[in-house]
Design a protein around this ligand. Sequence first.
Ligand code: SF4
Length: 238
Amino acid sequence: MTSKKTIVDTLARLKKRFPTPGAMEFGDAYQSLVAVMLTARTRDEQVLKLLPGFFKAYPTVEKLAGATPEQIQKKINTIGMFRQKAKNLSALAKRVVGEYGGEIPGTLDELITLAGVGRKTASVILPYQFNKPAIAVDTHVHRVTNRLGWVDTKTPEKTEQALLALIPSDLSPTVNRVFVKHGRYICIKNPRCWACPVADMCAFKNKQLESPKDSEKIIADIDRREAELQLLREQAII
Ligand code: SF4
């Protein structure tokens, strides 16, 4: 079983490599819940670009509850599944206003009763909006933690259970944040182990440690993409 020291050291090194918050970590619970919901099967960049216009039109959950799905669609029609997402946002807002007095509920059990909010969406916002231990496991977190040898699981659901048992709760907010970035830029399908800050602590058997000829260009591209994402994130906060 992975030791606590390995977990702490791995997360610390990755946090140093990727010091910025997660792409959707901003604003209040309403804003971040909307943002995370909209990222389902959609790139973060696309969602971040539409958020300023969306929150200008619907600055509060009450305003959103007063809109029809057709009106909401017009604000999000640049992303995939926008009709379904608009329908969910409308139902979610009405329920938050009707059942919770306009406050986004702060427990997993309540959050997943809201339209369009699954366990993963709820687990993204619980740690940083409500200070509750939760680990959102997407394909990046699932792949990276299996390669590292922290878990040995076949599905993201099993990975979530295993990580919740393994990771001390005070570290759980860091897990999604750093592994999503690490999985997006370095521990990709053909892993860039040559650029990995935790290669010496990784159990993956097929590490690719030899730097390619264009390694500097790849690193510069990673840093540029991350900087662009952070800029969009800052602009999404109105
Ligand atoms: S060493 Fe390679 S496989 Fe292991 S975490 Fe780093 S990039 Fe991923």
